[in-house]
Structure formats: structure tokens, C-alpha cells
Design a protein around this ligand. Structure first.
Ligand code: CA
Length: 224
């Protein structure tokens, strides 16, 4: 899952960024409102924005107003101080999906991020089943026919994205942008290599290639 973090407090930002990456999130971190707004306007690959409200150059609530007015559907979780009740209400009314009060527990933040993205995908629980494949989105674990399969962070991120967009074609560029925040970088043929590994580990039928368009996990036909 690709996360953009807006936080101008350097030690807090570093802590959240490092912590979420260790938990398997792909995190980009920016420290002022204008840069955040620019990133959201120009990159549709971001799943969720963690938005501090007191930001230099443009206030968090104004950023939220602008991106919702532009019809950007990125999920938003607001970070606020405990006493800023009115700002929280304003944020939710402006289209934020959730909020957390500072200081907070990193694992709770991670769980809320997963819950928001899950709700948006129409899944109500962290455990996804697809044929003989079972994926636990909170534990990042994958089983095939009950047997644990080990995936790299990147492989898991690709699988998670395809499974939460079942029946939709996901372009190679979209997958690249999903992986963009990872420091190891993405080489030009890297997506094919990761897809190849996923097929090897999970079965070659799972992920379809649509030549020139991208990849898809097809819907399971329940009428058959
Ligand atoms: Ca701040």
C-alpha cells in the first residue's frame, strides 16, 4: 500500500516513515502543504494521505479542500492535536476518512490505514480468500492450500493491489507508481520479474497478463 506522509515535525515524520516501512508500507514523506498538494494532484498511485494539519506553506485543511475540489479520491487520515476538536470535525466534513490524535501508537495507525483502504475496496475484513489462496492483509501472510508462502514486501504489495482491485486491469505504470517510494528503486523490467515470482509461488493462473494493458486477477465466476 502506498502512503504519502505530510508531517513537518522532522523527528515525528522520520519515526512514522521508518516505522510504517518496517510494517510493509511504501512511504513517501513531504514536509509542507504545497508539496503535498502538488504530489496528490500529479500522482494517482497514492492510496492514502496521512495529513498533519499544521503545515508550512499551506495548511492541511486547505490542502484537503483543494484536493477534494479537484475530485481526487485518495483516502485521507488526519493527524491532529488532542485539543483540536473543531479542526477534526472540519476535516471529516471536508472528506477525510479518519483521524488520529497525537501522540499515537504506530501499530494502531497502521491498522487504521489498512482498515480505510480495505473499506474502500469493499472488503470488511483483513482476511481475503481467492480460490485456494488466503491472504491476511494485517499480518502480511499468504497461504496456498493452507501452506504458508513467503513473499517479499514488493511481491506482497503487488498482490494486495491486484486482489483489492479484482476484475480490474492494473497497468504496469500503476504498479510502478505503487512501488515508487521504496528506496531500493524499481528497474525497468522489475514488474515482470515480480509478477513472474508471484506466479511461481502462487500458481500461474492467478494473474492474467493483458498485453499492452497490464495485469488482472479475474473475478471468480460464482455462477459456474
Ligand atoms: Ca505540524
Amino acid at each position: 500500500m502506498r502512503v504519502l506522509l505530510a508531517e513537518d515535525d522532522k523527528s515525528l515524520g522520520q519515526g512514522i516513515s521508518d516505522g510504517l516501512q518496517k510494517l510493509g508500507f511504501c512511504v513517501d514523506w513531504l514536509q509542507d502543504g504545497l508539496s503535498i498538494e502538488h504530489a496528490i494532484m500529479n500522482d494517482d498511485g497514492i492510496d492514502i494521505l496521512i495529513l498533519d494539519l499544521g503545515l508550512p506553506r499551506k495548511d492541511g485543511l486547505d490542502v484537503l479542500k483543494t484536493i477534494r475540489a479537484a475530485d481526487k479520491s485518495v483516502s485521507v487520515l488526519i493527524l491532529t492535536a488532542r485539543d483540536a476538536v473543531e479542526q477534526r470535525i472540519a476535516g471529516l466534513d471536508l472528506g477525510a476518512d479518519d483521524y488520529m490524535l497525537k501522540p499515537f501508537d504506530l501499530h494502531e495507525l497502521a491498522a487504521r490505514l489498512r482498515a480505510i483502504v480495505r473499506r474502500k475496496s469493499g472488503f470488511t475484513q483483513a482476511l481475503l480468500s481467492y480460490g485456494d489462496l488466503q491472504v491476511n492483509l494485517s499480518e502480511h501472510s499468504v497461504k496456498v492450500q493452507g501452506q504458508q508462502v513467503n513473499l517479499s514486501h514488493i511481491e506482497f504489495a503487488i498482490l494486495e493491489h491486484l486482489l483489492t482491485h479484482i476484475g480490474q486491469v492494473v497497468s504496469k505504470q500503476r504498479i510502478e507508481s505503487l512501488l515508487y517510494g521504496w528506496s531500493e528503486g524499481v528497474e525497468s523490467n522489475a514488474i515482470e520479474v515480480h509478477i513472474h515470482h508471484l506466479r511461481k509461488k502462487l500458481g500461474k493462473e492467478l494473474i492474467k497478463t493483458l498485453r499492452g494493458l497490464g495485469y488482472m486477477v479475474p473475478k471468480i465466476n460464482t455462477d459456474a
